[in-house]
Design a protein around this ligand. Structure first.
Ligand code: ADP
Ligand code: ADP
Length: 230
């Protein structure tokens, strides 16, 4: 069954902007689905429906068959990882503590949290011995985004939402992050929705790509190879 379903999902903001009109879309378990399209076409709004940072004005969104409106938002956000462009790490906590934030909230033991953090740092391509005790300002932009990905994955979420996660990273670092994220996803098999306005990134990363146009309308859901040919 679908890991995430949008069923007639719509969002009209308080100022009257209809960001998403009527979205129907299914993301399979373990799939890496990319939302691609120009700025302002409703990608982020759609993404944020899944963890209830945006509340729908019509329709519904199901995660693992459950209407997200029936799940407490705090619980929901612990189950769903979320990475944005500037990940917003806690500046006065070390890298390791940042990665362990959700496990600590979930009551994991210190030891389990610590070993999970270190394991994840290695998975996202950081050296745990070198980086775990640093503070965010002691890292490069690319390294901070890696920590953000590690933090989002720490409590083994079934779903990972990524909104232009590599958007602020320099082009070379970005290529490296894309390649490594592709590998990481193959290893973990987490269901991912990845938002980008960059068609190359979409083709490189997606198992499938949903092409958005204005108003959250999905023009097509395509195999990335098809998009390359077009
Ligand atoms: P994208 O992620 O594709 O760039 P967004 O989902 O961010 O698109 O935005 C879709 C539309 O909704 C845009 O017209 C944007 O200006 C508008 N929008 C986004 N957030 C808000 C908000 N909080 N209040 C009003 N309008 C918003
Ligand atoms: P990247 O190739 O990931 O963008 P940078 O060129 O920014 O990396 O940084 C190169 C190295 O310098 C990295 O190993 C990083 O840990 C280190 N570094 C960057 N900024 C700082 C800082 N403010 N304090 C300490 N080390 C830093």
């Amino acid at each position: 069954h679908a890991a995430i379903s949008f069923e007639g999902a719509a969002k009209r903001y308080a100022d009257g902007t209809v960001a998403v009109e009527d979205l129907d879309l299914e993301v399979s378990a373990g799939e890496l689905m990319v939302f691609v399209g120009p700025s302002g076409c409703g990608k982020s709004t759609s993404l944020r429906m899944v963890n209830r940072l945006v509340e729908l004005t019509a329709g519904r969104v199901l995660v693992d068959g459950e209407d997200v409106r029936h799940v407490d938002p705090v619980r929901l956000r612990r189950r769903i990882g979320y990475v944005i462009q500037n990940v917003g790490l806690f500046p006065h906590r070390t890298v390791e503590q940042n990665v362990g934030v959700v496990p600590a909230l979930l009551g994991w033991s210190r030891e389990r949290t610590r070993s999970r953090s270190r394991e994840l740092l290695e998975l996202v391509g950081l050296d745990a011995d070198l980086h775990a005790r640093r503070y965010p300002h002691e890292l490069s932009g690319g390294q901070r985004q890696r920590v953000g990905v590690a933090r989002a994955l720490a409590a083994e979420p079934s779903v990972l939402l990524m909104d232009e996660p590599f958007g602020a990273v320099d082009p070379v670092g970005r290529r490296r992050l894309q390649a490594e994220f592709r590998r990481l996803h193959a290893e973990l098999g987490t269901t991912v929705i990845f938002v980008t306005h960059d068609i190359d990134e979409a083709v490189l990363l997606g198992d499938r790509v949903a092409v958005f146009r204005q108003g959250g309308h999905v023009e097509q859901v395509a195999d990335p190879v098809t998009l390359l040919a077009a």
